[in-house]
Design a protein around this ligand. Structure first.
Ligand SMILES: [Zn+2]
Ligand SMILES: [Zn+2]
Length: 345
């Protein structure tokens, strides 16, 4: 079977690996679709994602759907042939954060497709992988494997909205109209937001945001004035740009909430603490997700959330380099996925 492995910066190889065998409580999965995320792009184009450096070949990928090919002894949650969404999160279940029900803040987290630990937690861009049954969320009905691979990024957006508190009747700003930004628009509407504005520096992502329900869109680079007046109750900074965070701080009402969702560059930032103080802003972080993964699977399975407009393309795993290149071009792509093209023994 084939796996995509990042050896170093801009060195991704699709290589044969021995197929894994499921043990007790484990499931053998065949990749359905795997979404390429910003962190995967950082690993590929920079050889690192922030402070996490690729130190051995890393299989990227943490957004995936799959089909159950075989089950190990004792598995009851799924059956052979099931279509599943895959959770990449392995919290320890024992630390204080886990015991408080905030598993995503686990101090001993292994998150698949991440170089945050060494040996690295190998990811899901491979034709077959074995996971514990509790990582598998079986889904019936016609929802496609491509849609199901949105469970992870949708969970990120649902968690971000959750961190911003009740949205019923609220005016919302989302800075950044990539996949997570668009999914945050969808999640904010689900949560009852009265009005959603989205900003970005490219036209195509803003068109996507309108397609999934944004009421207003702003070219942040051309129309700074539109983001200068404090008129939003809750702002979500999704783009990972410091300028966008400053826009959120400017555009949020006095006493409002700013949720940081994107990862800002790692250099030291001149921070806007006085504005946070003087406007009495609640500045909150949103990191990954907890129970929201379960919600995301439910919304997708019932098509209460329709992510199909956000899927820009699917490439066979063997063409992973082309897929990564397409995913990095925000004038062309929102979400790009790799898929398991055909059976190989
Ligand atoms: Zn992701
Ligand atoms: Zn833990």
């Amino acid at each position: 079977m084939l796996a995509a492995r990042i050896h170093a910066r801009e060195d991704l190889r699709v290589e044969p690996l021995a197929p894994p065998v499921p043990g007790p409580g484990e499931v053998l999965l065949k990749l359905g679709a795997g979404g390429i995320c910003g962190s995967d792009l950082h690993y590929y184009f920079e050889g690192r994602n922030g402070s996490f450096v690729v130190r051995e070949p890393l299989i990227p990928g943490h957004e995936a759907s799959a089909v159950v090919e075989a089950i190990g002894p004792g598995v009851t949650r799924v059956r052979t042939g099931d279509k599943v969404a895959v959770s990449p999160s392995h919290a320890c279940g024992r630390c204080e954060a886990c015991r408080e029900g905030r598993e995503h803040l686990c101090t001993a987290m292994r998150f698949l497709g991440s170089a945050s630990v060494y040996p690295h937690a190998q990811g899901l861009f491979r034709e077959r992988f074995v996971l514990g049954e509790r990582q598998c969320y079986p889904v019936a009905g016609e929802v496609s494997l491509g849609e199901l691979a949105f469970a992870e990024p949708l969970a990120v957006a649902l968690h971000a909205v959750n961190r911003g508190g009740s949205l019923l009747g609220k005016s919302v700003l989302v800075t950044g109209a990539g996949t997570i930004g668009c999914l945050t628009v969808i999640a904010a509407r689900l949560a009852g937001a009265r009005e959603v504005t989205v900003s970005d520096v490219l036209d195509r992502p803003l068109e996507q945001a309108r397609r999934v329900g944004a009421d207003f869109t702003v070219r942040a680079d051309r129309d700074a004035a539109a983001l200068a007046s404090p008129r939003h109750d809750v702002c979500y900074e999704v783009s990972g740009s410091f300028a966008a965070l400053k826009s959120c701080v400017a555009a949020v009402k006095r006493g409002g909430i700013v949720v940081q969702v994107g990862t800002l560059p790692h250099e030291p930032l001149p921070f806007v603490v006085n504005e946070v103080m003087a406007k009495e802003i609640d500045l909150r972080g949103a990191f990954r997700w907890g129970i929201e993964f379960d919600w995301a699977v439910g919304y997708l399975a019932a098509r209460r959330v329709d992510v199909r407009p956000l899927l820009s393309g699917q490439y066979p795993l063997a063409d992973a380099v082309a897929a990564f290149t397409a995913a990095a071009d925000k004038n062309r792509s929102t979400k790009v996925q790799v898929v398991c093209a055909q059976d190989r023994s």
